[in-house]
Design a binder for this molecule. Structure first.
Ligand code: GSH
Length: 245
């Protein structure tokens, strides 16, 4: 495999006061770029600047399902050789896999689909309630104002209300979190990743979410990774998390 040195990709990411990536979705793409050793540069944007920046570049949300509020979101990549922008993490992952097939990353698998669905359903709920209200702590004042306004409009209540029953939510999710962690260890005899010896996109989904939690609040990260399964995958992905900004 030839070593690439020229930067071919610009990754549009979210800015925060820690100056490292904290978006779980951007982390998935970042992990993929790092694993495939594709040189890239980062362009960090504040939350309120995502829409105007992407509009100015003529990059618009994809109509995935009618009636859904299609937001301007990151990740977005710019692929210099083909002079094109790609929005939506799933489309970016497909593009990277077909354009840079060396060090392949299986994008889907039976066990991966099961883990992602269960993780979204059971871990996702407590994860969001614990992470979202703490996210404002690492945002600039402008981004904090935007984040509070938009999230509270969709929640219908102050962000901090999510923390009122935090202990109960963690306790209620405990058995399910343990069960998802056990699923992650299905192929542990063959290696540390979901499919065994090599990472798949599901590992990047898990590690990206955990890294996001860790940047936002170490306590939340510690709380999730005490369940067997999570930390093993997170640690196996650490070599692909070195480029954080
Ligand atoms: N469907 C999008 C979701 C990405 C997403 O939710 N990105 C968040 C950051 S984690 C975002 O850009 N939010 C902008 C906003 O809320 O205005 C994808 O998978 O690419």
């Amino acid at each position: 495999m030839a070593t690439r040195t020229e930067t071919e990709i610009v990754l549009f990411d979210l800015a925060c006061t820690k100056n490292v990536c904290f978006s779980p979705v951007v982390w998935r793409i970042r992990l993929m770029l790092n694993y495939k050793r594709i040189p890239f540069e980062t362009k960090s944007i504040e939350f309120p600047d995502i829409q105007p920046t992407l509009k100015s570049l003529d990059v618009h949300p994809i109509e995935t399902s009618p009636g859904i509020d299609h937001r301007y979101t990151v990740p977005v990549i710019f692929h210099k050789p083909s002079n094109r922008y790609i929005i939506e993490s799933a489309l970016i992952a497909e593009f990277l896999e077909s354009t840079y097939p060396d060090l392949p990353v299986p994008l889907t698998s039976e066990i991966g689909v099961e883990i992602e669905a269960k993780a979204r359903r059971v871990v996702g709920v407590v994860f969001r309630s614990a992470v979202m209200p703490r996210e404002i702590n690492i945002l600039s004042p402008r981004a904090r104002e935007y984040f509070r306004r938009t999230r509270e409009a969709s929640l219908g209540h102050p962000l901090e209300d999510l923390l009122v029953n935090e202990e109960e939510s963690w306790n209620a999710a405990s058995d399910n979190m343990r069960a998802v962690g056990e699923l992650m260890q299905t192929n542990k005899a063959d290696g540390p990743f979901v499919l065994g010896a090599k990472p798949s996109y599901t590992d990047f989904f898990i590690a990206g979410s955990l890294q996001s939690a860790r940047v936002i609040d170490e306590g939340v990260f510690q709380r999730i990774t005490k369940y067997p399964g999570y930390k093993e995958i997170y640690e196996a992905c650490l070599p692909y998390m070195e480029k954080k900004d």
